[in-house]
Each structure stands twice: as structure tokens, then as C-alpha cells.
Design a protein around this ligand. Structure first.
Ligand code: NDP
Length: 279
């Protein structure tokens, strides 16, 4: 029978473990989120992060800046937070207004406080197998895969998507777990056949229900990162869940799969950053 991976329950368990760890070890982790502008979706995401962090015992604060904030002022704010010993995690909510260079902003964050894991130093550490702060979404996928499969060693993994925030860090995490990893993307030839070789298939594309049953090997574990809004207003993933699920050993639904794990992993990264900075 197919195991539908309950990301909500998994994230709730992870948050409870984080809360317990903070209490048990008397940690005082601090997280500051910077939000520039008035994008409504970003305001909702940031409010959710703030609430989840405070609930587990992280001292979370949000700094709201107007949309016309000069890049230099934002960089100045980041420099202040880099030097604030009570702040262990700094996150700048993306996207930023067009006049601000996102890469310059991300790379201004002290790498050991970069709880989004987007800084080039963290990407480089992850790519060279060193301890890194890893982007939250792939970290969540990796935790769920290890929970379902235990040892991932020697398994064939295919990741569809090569973005810096999902596809590439996901592939690095799977390589670290000794999988044989293929990264597929928009130029990949015979994508269905490539995917059908996978014991682990991760879809991070942004195309509704693209992955069909004949793309998936019997007994594969499928992680669907995609979030797509359908014409009827409902959300769906990159995987055609109805036809793929019966073939899988386990699969994440959308919504309720990968999504809830992303914020839980931000809390996990904040605690990791707090411990590293304290040592
Ligand atoms: P990007 O748009 O940055 O990357 C998409 C990737 O998919 C690219 O590498 C692109 O290839 C590839 N791609 C596009 N079309 C095809 C195709 N027809 N066949 C094969 N590959 C294709 O997206 P993100 O990585 O940021 O996000 C991917 C999805 O995950 C989105 O739906 C996003 O909303 C969701 N997401 C969900 C999160 C969560 O918390 N659950 C968090 C982050 C993202 P190429 O490089 O060649 O252009």
C-alpha cells in the first residue's frame, strides 16, 4: 500500500523536538527576518515564520522596511544584525524590489547566520561536503526521505529542477547520502525515461501535474516540491498524484507534504546556527 507522507505531522513532530531541545539545553536562539516592501504573500509567509519560531522558543523579530528602501540602507541593517550577538539567524524575505541586487544582499549576511542557506559560502560548503547551513526546502525533503527509507546509500535519485534554492542543494544532499544522482532540467532529453530509473524522484519544477505514472518506477519514493495554482483556485504539485500514487512506495501530497517542512527546517537551521556561533 502507498504511504502518503504526512508533511504536516512530520513538521509538527520536528517543531516539538526543536522546542524540547531549546528548553532542555537552555538555548536562546534569535532570528531576525527582514521584509522589504508590501508584497501580500511575503507578509503572510513572514508572519507564519515569526509565529512558528516564537512558539518553539526562538526569539523572532521582523524588521519591515518600505519598498523604496535604498540597497545601502538594507546592507547597513544586515551589517548591524551580523554584529548583534543575540541574533543567530538572519533571513531576508525574497523577492526583493527590483532596484535591490538580491545576490549582493544574500552575500552580505554573515554565512554562519544565513539560515536560508543561500549564501555562496554555504552553497560551496554543501557542494564540497562540508558542514553548511542548507536551504530549508531540500533539507525538509531529505529528512522525510531518510525517515521513509532509512539508509539511502546506492539508490538512484533523480531531481527534476536545478535552481539554487531547491534542485542543486537537493542533489548535493542526496549525494552526501551516497545516492547516485541525476539532475534533470528543461533541456534534459527523454525525461520520462530518465525519471523511470529513479528509486527516489524529486520534482521541483513548477509545472502542474507534469510527472505521469509512466515516468515512475514501481515502488519509487516520490517527493513533490512543486506548488501550482490551478484554474479552479486549488493547489497541486508537479506530480499527477492520482495516477502516480498507486505505483509508489511513498509520496508527498500537495498541499500537506513538503510545504510544512520548510518552515520547520528554518527553525532547525536557526538552532544549528545558534549552537555553532556559541561554540
Ligand atoms: P525555478 O523556476 O527556479 O526552477 C525550475 C526548474 O525546473 C528549472 O531548473 C527548470 O529548468 C526546470 N524545468 C522547467 N520546465 C521544465 C520541464 N518542462 N522539464 C524539465 N525541467 C523543467 O523554481 P524553484 O526551484 O524555485 O521551485 C520549483 C517549484 O517548487 C515551484 O513550483 C515552487 O513554487 C516550488 N517551491 C516550493 C517550496 C515549498 O516550500 N514547498 C519552496 C520552494 C519552491 P532550467 O534550469 O533548464 O530552466
Amino acid at each position: 500500500m502507498t504511504n502518503i507522507i504526512d508533511g504536516k505531522a512530520f513538521a509538527a513532530k520536528l517543531r516539538a523536538e526543536i522546542a524540547e531541545e531549546i528548553k532542555r539545553d537552555g538555548l536562546k536562539p534569535g532570528l531576525t527576518v527582514i521584509l522589504v516592501g508590501d508584497d501580500p504573500a511575503s507578509h503572510v509567509y513572514v508572519a507564519n515564520k515569526d509565529k512558528a519560531a516564537n512558539e518553539v522558543g526562538i526569539n523572532a523579530k521582523t524588521i519591515k522596511l518600505p519598498a523604496d528602501t535604498p540597497e545601502a540602507d538594507l546592507l547597513g541593517k544586515i551589517a548591524e544584525l551580523n554584529n548583534d550577538s543575540a541574533v543567530h539567524g538572519i533571513l531576508v524575505q525574497l523577492p526583493l524590489p527590483k532596484h535591490i541586487d538580491e545576490n549582493a544582499v544574500i552575500n552580505a549576511i554573515f554565512p554562519d547566520k544565513d539560515v536560508d542557506g543561500f549564501h555562496v559560502i554555504n552553497a560551496g560548503r554543501a557542494a564540497t561536503g562540508q558542514d553548511a547551513l542548507v536551504p530549508c526546502t531540500p533539507l525538509g525533503c531529505s529528512l522525510m526521505l531518510k525517515d521513509v527509507l532509512g539508509d539511502l546509500s546506492g539508490l538512484n535519485a533523480v531531481v527534476i529542477g536545478r535552481s539554487n534554492i531547491v534542485g542543486k542543494p537537493m542533489a548535493n544532499l542526496l549525494l552526501k547520502e551516497n545516492c547516485t544522482v541525476t539532475i534533470a532540467h528543461s533541456r534534459t532529453k527523454n525525461l520520462a525515461e530518465v525519471c523511470a530509473q529513479a528509486d527516489i524522484l524529486v520534482a521541483a519544477v513548477g509545472r502542474p501535474k507534469m510527472v505521469k505514472a509512466n515516468w515512475v518506477k514501481d515502488g519509487a519514493v516520490v517527493i513533490d516540491v512543486g506548488i501550482n495554482r490551478q484554474d479552479d483556485g486549488k493547489l497541486c504539485g508537479d506530480v499527477d498524484f492520482a495516477e502516480v500514487a498507486p505505483k509508489c512506495k511513498a509520496i508527498t501530497p500537495v498541499p500537506g507534504g513538503v510545504g510544512p517542512m520548510t518552515i520547520a527546517c528554518l527553525l532547525k537551521n536557526t538552532v544549528t546556527a545558534c549552537r555553532r556561533i556559541a561554540n
